[in-house]
Design a binder for this molecule. Structure first.
Ligand SMILES: Cc1cc2nc3c(=O)[nH]c(=O)nc-3n(C[C@H](O)[C@H](O)[C@H](O)COP(=O)(O)O)c2cc1C
Length: 357
């Protein structure tokens, strides 16, 4: 990702996207990213999982997979940060190239495959920052060759939950074979029960979120939400990348295998969020992610039912300047519509889902 100043952004845009991303992480580590020029508008203040946030815009999972720069991202102006996906054992992921820009579509296709340094290294980093302010969620997953994926989530939870503001079980990456099958009713019940038992055994209160895919029928989606409600987890994150939505893409990489993110995901993921909000009506916290590239997009997700939102892909094209613009536009839209806070606007949309996004 290229999260820096325009001149740097132009240079990074010429590099292979994964190389650009590595350089951006390094630059953030060195403290080279600019902090926000202005303080956030007070209307953007909100609460998520018991934390006071300066704004509801989070960095989505996948950018800081190894929890290397969560505090730098908070300093750069994100309201919260989700690190990961972190797997128990280190793994290389799929062969490169595995991230592709579709510039004309405002999209990326990736098939990273949970590359990362594993939970012990991430736990050490998160331990080192323990006690610092800011909401940092930890997204966990299973190793590719795991014989028992549920055990991997329990292991990840055991190693990382005590350092997390919330824990996300990612059952929706299309790039680990079989992972999305954990969304099926019995497998999902087993996973959520195991995580809830691990939380109780550890004596922790850390909220548990489930991150789901956008590619499913309404019945399948309803079943996931019903299971989440029945088991009593805290939140759903809607959504991960899509394996659909390829028609109409213009980028030369449109035929690549992997998950599509960015603009083409905005409408389907926001419509899904709206449907889940109608089913849950505040009984679960919803986080909206998928295709946000403007304050209007973030606002649409909040009105559809998201208490907070996340983004990744648009930042690779627009840099951190885009984050500031999104926050400014969101504040202006809230005021123009007479909302006194983000919370007041959550779920306020009562039109058809198809018009969201
Ligand atoms: C290169 C890349 C890597 C990603 N890796 C992860 C990941 O490890 N875990 C995860 O839950 N989501 C991952 N995502 C999905 C994002 O968190 C997000 O759900 C998705 O990209 C939609 O948001 P966007 O359109 O703003 O990018 C990744 C996305 C991209 C583009």
């Amino acid at each position: 990702m290229s999260a820096l100043e325009p001149w740097l952004l132009a240079g990074l845009a010429r590099l292979d996207p994964e190389t650009a991303h590595r350089l951006t992480i390094r630059a953030l580590k060195w403290g080279l990213a600019p902090g926000p020029r202005d303080a956030d508008d007070p209307i953007l203040r909100c609460r998520l999982f018991g934390h006071d946030l300066p704004n509801p815009i989070g960095m989505a999972a996948g950018f800081d997979k190894d929890a290397e720069v969560p505090d730098r991202l908070l300093q750069a102006g994100f309201g919260f940060v989700e690190v990961g996906t972190i797997t128990p054992r280190p793994q290389a992921g799929n062969p490169r190239p595995r991230v592709f820009r579709l510039r004309d579509d405002g999209a990326l296709i990736n098939r990273m495959g949970f590359n990362g340094g594993g939970m012990a290294a991430a736990a050490a980093r998160l331990h080192a920052r323990a006690g610092r302010p800011g909401l940092v969620g930890v997204n966990i997953g299973a190793n590719k060759t795991s014989a028992d994926p549920v055990a991997d989530y329990v292991a990840g939870f055991g190693a990382l939950a005590r350092f997390a503001g919330y824990v996300t079980a990612n059952v929706s990456s299309p790039n680990t074979p079989g992972l999305r099958r954990l969304q099926e009713k019995e497998a999902l019940e087993r996973l959520l029960d195991a995580l809830l038992a691990a939380r109780a055994a550890a004596g922790l209160k850390v909220p548990i979120a489930l991150k789901i895919a956008p590619d499913m029928t309404a019945d399948y989606r309803d079943a996931i939400v019903a299971t989440a409600l029945a088991r009593g987890i805290d939140a759903i994150i809607v959504s991960n990348t899509t394996v659909g939505q390829r028609e109409g893409l213009r980028g030369a990489a449109r035929g690549e295998t992997g998950g599509l993110s960015g603009k083409p995901l905005l409408a389907p993921s926001t419509a899904m969020l709206g449907a889940i909000h109608r089913q849950t009506r505040g009984r679960l916290i919803l986080i909206g992610v998928g295709g946000i590239a403007s304050g209007a997009d973030a606002y649409a997700k909040i009105r559809a039912g998201a208490s907070a939102v996340q983004l990744y892909t648009a930042l690779t094209f627009g840099g951190l300047g885009l984050l500031a613009a999104i926050k400014r536009e969101l504040a202006a839209r809230l005021k123009a519509d007479g909302f006194a806070s983000v919370q007041a606007a959550v779920g306020s949309w009562d039109g058809p889902d198809a018009m969201l996004g």
